[in-house]
Design a protein around this ligand. Structure first.
Ligand SMILES: [Zn+2]
Ligand SMILES: [Zn+2]
Length: 455
């Protein structure tokens, strides 16, 4: 090994797994570090037990690989479709990992958050810190609006001052975008990066606190001393096993993964009861109860909307919000139906807009609702979590649809009454028939409000 290396490369690559040919550094420099064995190369796709295995995302589902005639290696070559969006990894692609001296992280970190925790938050925060110290997995099971992020501050701060590297991950980019300014304000001296599809990678410092969508963790390997997964029950995390493996892989071996959610799946609850610790918070930080949904029939709403007519009850509800100048969200199960409804809502107020996952102005529209530049938004379940808008009123148009399961409905209702100035609000489920999920969500909210433990 030669004695010199570029610390910028160490800081960038440490804990990451990256395409050899797509780093922010000149090829010769990377090649020289490979020569001196400070960088190791591994094949992108390996064959394990006669099946392909992706070394980046750990996908091993044979149905998610494609074999093609590769011009580069001149043979049949297999690539992974599961992590394709991050640049193709194929049999002849080389991945690189850092093999040299580990970066040393600073231990001086300010915690600038000046709020105070409620006694319940404080207890949960201490329990979480104890679990991280004991390397035991922990679940914060806390109702929407109970101040989950603030619970994490002290445990994260403690890890940072021990020179540890920490990741806060969430399945959805909206959650990351909402967390980023809060974390930057709370930890003003810490090197923080937020990683999501389309974000830019800095190369100048090693990042001690990483916020990332769970997808971005495909690019990490044995990087973190602690990983917190926020909104752990959100799609696609729960439905995607390689994604869960990627989160595991991003943590150093043996390091526990912690979870934070208002609506844990039965499986996560069972896992944590067996192998971890759970802190439960069933009160919002302002002490007011969760809004209980009310039901309102909206027979044949889809047919009516397709015929160019908004159901009267939906018109009345929307006009009421407009008159009272209350911001609102109306959830739809289907983008097509929502887009057919949009011009009908625009007749009530031309500023009303719609958002969905692939909408090019999704971020801007949500910001406009925050700034009161639009009176309300039509949305898919993409806004079911992570967003806080003071005094927002919420309707679900078609609450009987399958996509609105118990967890989704509880999350949607969780948007209402979050601020201490406006602790209540309307949460209406317009429906074409009442489902079990609706009743389950309502029952669970009532149970939480009565202060009964659901675990
Ligand atoms: Zn892959
Ligand atoms: Zn090839």
């Amino acid at each position: 090994m030669t004695t010199t290396f570029d610390p910028a490369i160490r800081d960038f690559l440490s804990g990451r797994i990256w395409l050899r040919r797509h780093t922010p550094f000149p090829r010769e420099v990377i090649d020289a570090h490979i020569e001196s064995k400070r960088i190791l190369t591994i094949p992108g796709i390996q064959v394990k037990k006669r099946h392909p295995f992706c070394n980046r995302c750990e996908n091993e589902d044979p149905a998610r690989f494609t074999t093609f005639d590769c011009a580069k290696c001149g043979g049949p070559c297999t690539y992974c479709r599961h992590c394709l969006k991050m640049g193709r990894v194929s049999s002849c692609t080389e991945l690189i990992i850092w093999n040299g001296e580990a970066p040393v992280f600073p231990t001086d970190h300010a915690l600038a958050w000046e709020g105070t925790l409620t006694p319940r938050q404080k207890k949960a925060s201490e329990e979480l810190a104890e679990s991280t110290a004991k390397q035991r997995s922990h679940l914060i099971y806390a109702v929407c609006g109970s101040g989950k992020t603030e619970i994490l501050f002290e445990p994260i701060h403690r890890l940072l001052t021990e020179g540890k590297r920490v990741c806060l991950a969430a399945p959805r980019v909206d959650v990351i975008l909402e967390l980023e300014p809060r974390l930057r304000a709370a930890f003003p001296e810490t090197s923080i990066e937020a990683l999501y599809g389309g974000s830019e990678s800095k190369t100048d410092t090693a990042l001690q606190l990483v916020l990332a969508t769970t997808h971005q963790l495909f690019r990490f390997r044995h990087a973190f001393d602690a990983v917190f997964v926020d909104e752990a029950d959100a799609f696609p995390y729960t439905a995607d096993e390689p994604l869960q493996r990627a989160v595991r892989k991003a943590a150093k071996p043996g390091v526990p993964v912690h979870f934070v959610t208002a609506t844990p799946s039965d499986k996560l609850l069972a896992d944590m009861k067996k192998n971890g610790n759970i802190s439960t918070i069933n009160r919002r930080y302002h002490g007011h109860p969760l809004p209980v949904p009310r039901y309102s029939t909206l027979w044949n709403y889809a047919k009516r909307i397709r015929k160019g007519k908004l159901p009267k009850k939906l018109v009345a509800w929307t006009e009421d919000r407009l008159k009272r100048k209350e911001p609102f969200l109306i959830f739809f199960h289907h983008i097509g139906l929502m887009e057919e409804a949009l011009p009908l809502f625009e007749k009530l107020d031309p500023r009303i807009k719609a958002v969905h996952a692939a909408h090019p102005h999704r971020k801007e529209h949500v910001q406009m609702l925050r700034n009161k530049e639009v009176p309300g938004l039509l949305t898919t379940t993409i806004l079911e979590r992570g967003i806080t808008i003071p005094n927002v009123q919420v309707a679900v148009a078609g609450a009987e649809q399958l996509i609105f399961n118990k967890g989704a409905l509880i999350q949607i209702g969780g948007r209402v009454g979050r601020s201490a100035q406006h602790p209540a609000g309307d949460f209406v489920l317009f429906h074409h028939g009442i489902t079990y999920a609706m009743d389950e969500a309502k029952r669970e909210i009532q149970r939480l409000n009565e202060g009964r433990d659901t675990t």
